[in-house]
Design a binder for this molecule. Structure first.
Ligand SMILES: [Mg+2]
Length: 278
């Protein structure tokens, strides 16, 4: 069996500005074997082009087409629902620009009513944007959230992320957001089309159980956890996490060896997992 991979970035390929050991080796292995893969990050902050440039510094050369962000999925959702919508966006200037270039009317204040409020993330997000977003929702705008992550690491520990901003919008207005990033089905279907794969041929690789592993398991794909990010091997063995992922790996080098084994021997994956789990 040849798995097609959906690979998380932060905690799996890099930690902010530092590459994670064996990340370049894993991608090089997939490229050499002409295997399909897509990077998928829940963060809507950087564009695929910016991420592609960042990866080059870590000796990973991939085109922007192989990189999907929660912002890309949000743009696709909007294009499928209303091509002429007026939108208020909490997010980066780059994200607003990409939506504007797709034909949407991006508004910056509450002088006109919005059809949609998009809750994304930028380092510059401030309370005035939260207030304006709430006004639009009270006036009838639909609320869409790019991703549900509650926090992200920064230089001094953690900072609130998109999910936290969205929670304040939901709490204030009583309106529930349409959630588009991991672990939702919309983003899975979007990537599945890109990979031209059956669900059982797809394997999600990531460091978070609540987003990455749920993304795989909830959508009928394989879910492989790497212990290089937020979830330690010990934590993954806690009773509450039993059955939440298919297999854990200390690093991506272990995953290369596992992939070589199942590709060569062509067993049923579930049987192979049972065998290796003994
Ligand atoms: Mg991660």
């Amino acid at each position: 069996m040849q798995l097609k991979y959906i690979i998380d970035l932060d905690g799996t390929i890099y930690h902010q500005t530092k590459p994670i050991p064996y990340a370049d080796k894993f991608i090089s292995y997939l490229q050499t074997k002409r295997r399909d893969f897509v990077f998928f990050t829940n963060s809507p902050e950087r564009s695929p082009e910016e991420i592609s440039d960042k990866l080059k510094k870590f000796n990973i050369k991939v085109s922007p087409e192989k990189i999907v962000t929660a912002a890309c999925v949000t743009k696709d959702y909007l294009l499928n629902h209303s091509r002429t919508a007026r939108i208020f966006v909490i997010g980066t200037e780059q994200f607003k620009k990409s939506l504007s270039e797709a034909g949407f009317d991006i508004i910056c204040d509450d002088s006109k009513n919005a059809d949609f409020v998009i809750c994304g993330f930028s380092q510059q997000t401030d309370f005035s944007e939260v207030k304006t977003a709430c006004k639009h929702i009270w006036n009838g705008a639909e609320l869409i959230c790019t991703n549900s992550d509650e926090s992200i690491p920064d230089e001094k520990g953690f900072m609130p992320h998109t999910g936290a901003i969205n929670a304040s919008l939901e709490y204030a207005t009583g309106k529930k957001a349409i959630m588009l990033g991991k672990p939702g089905a919309y983003s899975f279907n979007y990537i599945q089309k890109k990979l031209h794969a059956r669900k059982d041929e797809i394997c999600v690789v990531g460091d978070r159980i609540d987003t990455d592993m749920s993304f795989g398991k909830n959508n009928g794909a394989n879910a492989f956890l790497v212990y290089t990010g937020i979830t330690s091997e010990n934590e993954s063995k806690m009773p509450k996490y039993i059955g939440t992922f298919d297999k854990g790996f200390k690093n991506l080098d272990e995953l290369i060896k596992f992939d070589m084994k199942i590709t060569k021997e062509k067993p049923m994956l579930s049987l192979e997992l049972q065998f290796l789990g003994e």
